[in-house]
Write a protein that binds this ligand. Sequence first.
Ligand code: 4AD
Ligand code: MG
Length: 479
Amino acid sequence: MKRIKIKDLLKSTDYNKEVCIKGWVRTRRGNNHVAFIALNDGSTIHNLQVVVDMNLFDEELIRRATTGASIAAIGTLTPSQGSGQAVELIASQLEIIGDCDPNEYPLQPKKHSLEFLREIAHLRFRTNMFGAVTRIRHAMIFAVHDFFTSKGFVNIHTPIITASDAEGAGEMFQVTTLNMNNLPKTEDGKIDYSQDFFAKATNLTVSGQLEGELAAMAMADIYTFGPTFRAENSNTSRHLAEFWMIEPEMAFYDLNDNMDLAEEFLKHLIKYALDNCEDDLKFLSQRLIEEEKNKKAEERSMELIEKLRFVLENEFVRLTYSEAIEILKDSKPNKKGQFKYAITGYGSDLQSEHERYLVEKHLKKPVILTDYPKEIKAFYMKLNKDNKTVRAMDVLFPQIGEIIGGSQREESYDKLVARMDEMGIPKEEMEWYLDTRRFGSVPHSGFGLGFERLLLFVTGMGNIRDVIPFPRTPKNAEF
Ligand code: 4AD
Ligand code: MG
């Protein structure tokens, strides 16, 4: 008999027809006469209750249908007698597909800490929490492609192995096939990369932007959605060494067009989650309330679904970096020395504590900050007429801080080369990129959305390790 998914069955009113379901046992309870098995198959947060008449089955078979075991059940759907579910399956046949030793199985039918679940990430998918996160992650991937497709953007696969450092921050993982125990050296004692696989030093990409710009100079509107790698040693709840980034790049867009697109994009993703992930969001909302119940009222987060609606219904505040610095300089926490990094004035780099103060305490809305000092931003950003600031934009979200980073790009060949010289960026390696400014250059803009940062916001989870199946962080590449 063909298997039907629990999600579909729970919506069905097709009673008295035999159906087959397969899944993993969450719990089993009952007595000598009847057993109730809560079965989950990953299609929904909800379990299906399978009702087993003990007189019809071998006791040993039912004993094996224990938490974690996989089973198949054939039976008829009926309106449920009990509370807690609308329908249940009255089993006529039951088969154990895979046994699970309850004494060995790490997941017990109780709440486990997020830290413990990270240690058993290979089993984490079996929890309600991670099931919900995983389904929402999928929904957001779909919504990203849906948004850009509807706007006529073309998806570009940019390389994962590259020889350039797009962000110029030097936080790269090297890629090599050289023997680490016996490195070939040149005459002056340096490593001889001409003998390496690509005959040059290569690394994992930190961003697909530079290659994306090449595509935008012909296809006009493109986006990338790929893994990016950063060897920054930041052990925070918002940093991963391997994360996914969505990077649209648009010809003929200025910074305002870029900000409009970023705001529309984020709102589309959030609306998609509200419209399509209701059950999972409700579960995660409840989880967050539980988690924060011991916090003081003023320290608790806004209810998850309310928070998502709030972002949807409000315009993002647009502010320059200089305006933000003035606000921060005069802020209470700055005057009282409560920031870890004091804001002294123009030039100070913004840390997440500052970003969150602006968004959560001062403006109480998502914020787009623009026109940062050139010294703290990447070489490719368009220089303003003041010669001091660049056309950068960072979108700041409550709870997250920076969720998007982007800019209008410097389209003038001469100005771009001057910036590269100023910043000591070698041009020889970048001729292919500079060609975009040689042959029919146009004003263009783009941005990068950190996919896991988006998921943190949408799911209300507090740690970025809990929104990606297999997190890569300093000293951790398990599973
Ligand atoms: O601000 P970033 O470094 O910008 C770029 O890489 C540009 N090339 C984007 C562009 O203009 N096309 O990174 C973009 C976003 C950040 O705003 C943040 O959301 C996320 O990527 N991000 C990280 N997410 C998780 N872990 C990390 N270590 C991250 N570093 C950046
Ligand atoms: Mg950034």
